[in-house]
Design a protein around this ligand. Structure first.
Ligand SMILES: [Zn+2]
Length: 109
């Protein structure tokens, strides 16, 4: 695990999203929806593999909110969402990769 992918600061705003500050001083904000739709747990991966949305589900309460957030060791964060979902662990490496993808997109457009 590289230190470069470990944020120095983690800000959770339950109504808007997650902001991570990286060792180089840059910050990345992830929308609630982006996090929930791309939830990395097996259940949500399975839904996406079948071409279904991981969120919103027919029973999903709107708007989406984070009820609780918990650091997972030194390597990531998990959320309890207001639809009761809580199995996804968002590893810093994964969030860092999303950030890098976004930057790559910005450079090509
Ligand atoms: Zn999930």
């Amino acid at each position: 695990m590289t230190n470069e992918a470990t944020p120095t600061k983690v800000d959770v705003d339950r109504a808007t999203g997650l902001t991570l500050t990286w060792p180089d001083g840059s910050a990345t904000t992830y929308d609630l929806e982006e996090l929930r739709v791309n939830c990395p747990c097996a259940e949500c991966r399975g839904l996406r593999d079948r071409g279904e949305a991981a969120w919103p589900r027919p029973s999903s309460p709107l708007p989406l909110r984070i009820e609780d957030a918990e650091l997972v060791g030194a390597w990531g964060i998990s959320f309890r969402w207001n639809d009761g979902h809580s199995t996804g662990i968002f590893a810093w490496e994964l969030l860092r990769a999303w950030r890098d993808e976004r930057h790559a997109d910005e450079q090509t457009h």
